[in-house]
Design a binder for this molecule. Structure first.
Ligand SMILES: Nc1nc2c(ncn2[C@@H]2O[C@H](COP(=O)(O)OP(=O)(O)OP(=O)(O)O)[C@@H](O)[C@H]2O)c(=O)[nH]1
Ligand SMILES: [Mg+2]
Length: 241
């Protein structure tokens, strides 16, 4: 792996209480990994803390939302010619020590994108609210029907990608709650995706953006977006078309 240029993309919105540890853990996992924190217009000290811990910071001038923040990271990775990217949330829920497992299928050349799934292996006791668990499973069911392959966790942002994956997400990435639509996109582009069982931690500090009401709103929005997306002639619009 040492001859490959590799970057970690860390979207962060008001994560000053978490992002320092995330950067430290990423560097501890792989000292050759360039860590890029995309500060999504935070109003706290996210940028300063990330920089103090040695990350490169891309600071967006205002809050774009998670999809825009993540796509910014992938554009950077594409333009800077990285071979491998990992995506890790800035809230500390993804454990960088599990990146070895997530990276393995990509490094072996078996997948363009590997997605850490909370539900692919034996239950790890990951808890989230009942409404969110139901939502995650329903979305996984719908997506599995569409792509005709079983996926268990379409909402996970814990991922590793090769250059094909980086190029796709640099060109097009969905907006709010983007991972579900992104999963469909990956399969429609015939990229090879696999799930890898992981466990996820509780958010250490700060607050999740996703309340019960919001999960219901997101469910409806994401389902609509997936169905509308199925009628797009070009899956990803060409520049200028
Ligand atoms: N909420 C939110 N998060 C953003 C935004 N931009 C970037 N992020 C980052 O995206 C990551 C995922 O957001 P979370 O709010 O933790 O969403 P989640 O992990 O699906 O939800 P929880 O499991 O409840 O934490 C975090 O690292 C955020 O800091 C934004 O506009 N809103
Ligand atoms: Mg989170």
């Amino acid at each position: 792996m040492t001859d490959l240029r590799r970057v970690a993309i860390v979207p962060a919105y008001n994560e000053s209480g978490n992002v320092g540890r995330v950067v430290d853990e990423l560097v501890a996992f792989d000292p050759g990994l360039d860590v890029v924190v995309v500060d999504d217009g935070s109003v706290d000290d996210t940028s300063r803390v990330a920089r103090e811990h040695g990350a490169r910071v891309l600071r967006l001038p205002f809050n774009l939302g998670i999809g825009g923040a993540v796509q910014t990271g992938f554009r950077y990775a594409f333009e800077q010619n990285y071979d491998i990217a990992v995506r890790v949330d800035g809230d500390g829920q993804h454990d960088p020590s599990q990146l070895g497992a997530v990276l393995a299928p990509v490094l072996a050349g078996d997948a363009d994108i590997a997605i850490g799934s909370r539900f692919a292996g034996p239950s790890d006791g990951y808890r989230s609210s009942r409404s969110r668990r139901v939502g995650i499973r329903l979305l996984a069911w719908v997506v599995s029907r569409i792509i005709r392959r079983r996926v268990t966790d379409t909402t996970s942002g814990f991922q590793a990608l090769n250059r094909n994956g980086i190029a796709l997400f640099a060109r097009d990435y969905p907006h709010d709650y983007p991972e579900v639509e992104a999963t469909v996109m990956v399969f429609r582009h015939r990229l090879r995706a696999v799930e890898v069982p992981v466990s996820m931690r509780e958010r250490a500090a700060g607050r999740s953006s996703i309340t019960t009401l919001r999960s219901i709103y997101y469910m409806i929005k994401v389902l609509l977006a997936i169905f509308v997306g199925l009628f797009r002639r070009e899956v990803v619009p060409e520049e200028g078309s």
